[in-house]
Design a protein around this ligand. Structure first.
Ligand code: MG
Length: 280
């Protein structure tokens, strides 16, 4: 991605490729204690290729099939955690037996980390209305996801325009109060200024377990870095791409995500968890 909130630029990654290490992964992470695997997955750029029109994004057939196959295994719990609205990501993945979290983990089934969701909805609506008026570039889309919003500018191809869009968003969000921006791949996310992110959502999933659980998370975006930090050092963080990352490993793209998930389904689950279980 061309910009990053901490000002770092892409460098040759020192993070090993997961597919180069996969033979040793079981040894490194298998502990007699870990009885379950929690597998967290981002959606866009991880299960589904990035596309110019975000409303057209679909998981690859291979990823959909392997997630389905994994969801039928014992000793694994899967959650897809996306910046999309909860219903949107659930509909697109369409696998039952998988949990979903939307809006960067702010939208969880049956619980909200927001103290006043209605107030946030109203602020987001106001900000979106102003952005619709002030940004007149047709390649830019403003998506109201109720408790967050996304400004998409993947289809804007000159840098002066994207810089102008980002600057307008910054100003409008600052005026809105109680909201903040985070930047991703050709998007700006507008969300409540509270201390809750995808990492907190994963912590929320993990605190439900009474038995030892090994967390693994695969994602491509800056918002996924919060998860990599949250599950370090015990968990397996996998960054999709070549950007600087807090993840333990990286993979090259959506196709390699399939390879990793397929490995999990075939042999990885047995290598990673349940070694202490002597039942046949
Ligand atoms: Mg993503």
């Amino acid at each position: 991605m061309e910009d990053s909130t901490d000002g770092h630029h892409d460098t040759a990654p020192s993070v090993p490729r997961l597919l180069d290490e996969v033979d040793r992964l079981g040894q490194r992470f298998a502990t007699a204690e870990a009885q379950r695997l929690f597998l967290g997955l981002d959606f866009d750029g991880t299960l589904a290729p990035h596309v110019d029109d975000p409303s057209a994004a679909q998981p690859t057939a291979e990823n959909q099939q392997v997630v389905q196959a994994l969801s039928r295994l014992e000793r694994i719990d899967i959650a897809v955690i996306s910046g999309r609205a909860l219903d949107d990501v659930r509909d697109r993945v369409g696998v039952a037996g998988v949990e979903y979290a939307g809006n960067h983990g702010l939208e969880l089934d049956g619980v909200s980390p927001l103290s006043d969701p209605d107030a946030i909805r109203s602020k987001i609506q106001t900000v979106c209305n102003r952005l619709e008026t002030e940004i007149d570039h047709e390649g830019c889309e403003i998506e109201n996801k109720e408790i967050t919003a996304t400004v998409h500018y993947r289809r804007v191809d000159d840098e002066r325009t994207t810089a102008r869009i980002r600057s307008i968003v910054d100003t409008v969000v600052e005026d809105g109060g109680g909201l903040r921006c985070t930047r991703g791949a050709n998007i700006v996310e507008i969300r409540p200024a509270i201390d809750w992110d995808k990492g907190e959502a994963v912590r929320w999933f993990l605190q439900r377990y009474s038995e030892e659980c090994l967390p693994m998370y695969i994602g491509d975006d800056t918002t996924d870095e919060d998860v990599f930090r949250a599950i370090a050092p015990e968990g397996i963080g996998v960054h999709v791409g070549t950007d600087e990352t807090a993840a333990t490993y990286r993979v090259d793209g959506v196709g390699e995500v399939t390879t990793v998930l397929q490995w999990l389904a075939d042999t990885g689950m047995d290598e990673l968890v349940g070694k202490g279980d002597s039942s046949p």
